[in-house]
Design a protein around this ligand. Structure first.
Ligand code: G6P
Ligand code: MN
Length: 442
């Protein structure tokens, strides 16, 4: 019998928590639970979430699982087995700033890409390093499963400060792309073995082998993508911005039909189109605040009022399942395959060794075993990635050195930025907006 696990969710008040817990409960044989700890610096959100999770535990017959919510790191982390990290330093309010400041100056305004992503990166590094520090202090044996954004930047920062850390960095975007392609074009993605390379939110599929059909189906998926845009089928069904994001996969594939792209490449390849269709007064952050955040608050309020019907009446998607699959793969040494964000070290042979890349990897009790591509990648992808890696490294340098010059270099090199002039204007405005969060840059 597997030992019952203590799971701490850092950023417990997040709207993603119910989906994660739902997935954990669904898999309670492979991931038996002793205790769930919600750790958050925002007590109100964390208390709301405690109500929701308590309701879920009772409804699913798991009331033997202990549940706490706390702002105290010693209570949150001491002796835990897994930390799921999903903190968002500055919350949605600062996401809104990231998006709007960039857009105001005619640049892509996005959560993880472009200068919005860099602003978030400079906030997020400190927050996550703090969490990692707590885990080192209170639960050095615990595995951290991190999906705090922006992930490439976070991974680079953590790797510099804690080189041997037991942390897995994963993003749900590839699984969500595969899920969506399979649903739209009539496949079962659980039969797929995918090959992919890139950086986080910045990569390409090279092969999708279907174990049932016994062939690489990427060529036919490319044809399908070109001839018919996909509908969003998962938790984001009906969401217009996700609909557009998946639609952009068809646009990119039409222009570059050698690979299947990650939809996030739209921000680097077509920044002008992205800015043109954006509403600079109502960005993605506003949609999320008025959607997912409101729904979550409503869930808590319904429970508070003693309602028991239709409380959890929405689809939480694949995000939670992905995290639970990783945890069980470690716990039960399952050697499942995931796309993970890891130090390159030869996985992409013609890219610098110290880049943080996203490639397939197997996960078991001893951790992550990334796959080496063996073949060099084409110049187009390599050139794009090299510029992005250099920009991200400069940003991490800026964080650790407190260097304005490095930050300006990072902002200028970002592929969504056409001129150093605008890079500097945006940087200066973002410094003001992020006074509470960024290290001082001089
Ligand atoms: C995907 C990405 C995440 C990102 C999220 C944003 O799941 O992998 O990294 O944070 O989308 O979604 P939202 O609905 O908040 O815009
Ligand atoms: Mn992601």
């Amino acid at each position: 019998m597997t030992k019952k696990q203590v799971i701490t969710i850092a950023g417990g008040g997040s709207t993603y928590t119910p989906g994660i817990i739902q997935a954990v409960l669904k898999d309670s044989e492979r991931l038996p639970l002793e205790e769930i700890r919600l750790y958050d610096i925002n007590q109100e959100r964390n208390d709301d979430m405690k109500l929701v999770i308590d309701f879920m535990l009772k409804q699913e017959g798991h009331d033997n699982v202990k549940l706490i919510s706390t702002e105290n790191p010693a209570i949150a982390f001491t002796g835990c087995d897994f930390v799921f990290s999903q903190i968002r330093v500055g919350g949605m309010k600062m996401r809104e700033q990231d998006e709007k400041i960039a857009l105001k100056h005619g640049l892509v305004g996005q959560e993880t890409c472009g200068l919005g992503g860099f602003a978030y990166g400079l906030r997020s590094m400190g927050g996550l390093l703090e969490v990692v520090g707590y885990v080192q202090q209170y639960a050095p044996e615990a595995w951290i499963l991190n999906y705090t954004n922006p992930e490439s930047i976070i991974s680079e920062a953590v790797r510099r400060q804690y080189p041997g850390i037991k942390m897995i960095n994963a993003c749900d975007m590839t699984i969500s792309i595969e899920d969506t392609m399979a649903a739209n074009y009539g496949y079962d993605h659980t039969n797929w073995v995918s090959s992919y390379y890139g950086l986080n939110h910045f990569g390409w599929y090279t092969e999708i082998y279907d174990k049932e059909l016994k062939r690489d189906i990427m060529p036919e998926l490319i044809e399908k993508l070109i001839s018919q845009k996909m509908d969003v089928t998962d938790a984001n069904a009906g969401d217009t911005s996700w609909q557009e994001a998946f639609g952009m996969m068809s646009v990119i594939t039409k222009d570059f039909p050698t690979h299947i792209p990650n939809n996030y490449l739209e921000y680097y390849l077509y920044p002008d189109m992205v800015v043109e269709k954006a509403d600079k007064n109502y960005t993605r952050a506003n949609m999320v605040m008025n959607g997912r955040e409101k729904n979550t608050k409503e869930m808590a309020n319904k429970i508070r009022e003693g309602k028991t019907e239709d409380v959890l009446n929405f689809n939480f998607g694949v995000h939670g399942e992905y995290i639970v699959d990783m945890a069980t793969s470690i716990l039960n040494d399952e050697h499942r395959r995931f796309m993970l964000i890891v130090p390159n070290q030869g996985a992409i042979p013609n890219l610098r060794e110290d880049a943080v890349v996203e490639v397939p990897a197997y996960v078991g009790a001893t951790g992550v075993e990334p796959i080496s591509l063996r073949n060099p990648i084409p110049d187009f992808h390599k050139g794009l990635m090299e510029a992005q890696v250099a920009a991200e490294k400069l940003l991490v340098d800026a964080y650790f050195e407190g260097s304005y010059q490095k930050a300006l270099q990072a902002f200028t090199l970002n592929q969504t930025v056409p001129s150093a002039r605008v890079a500097k204007i945006v940087l200066d405005e973002m410094i003001e907006a992020n006074k509470e969060y960024w290290p001082e840059l001089s």
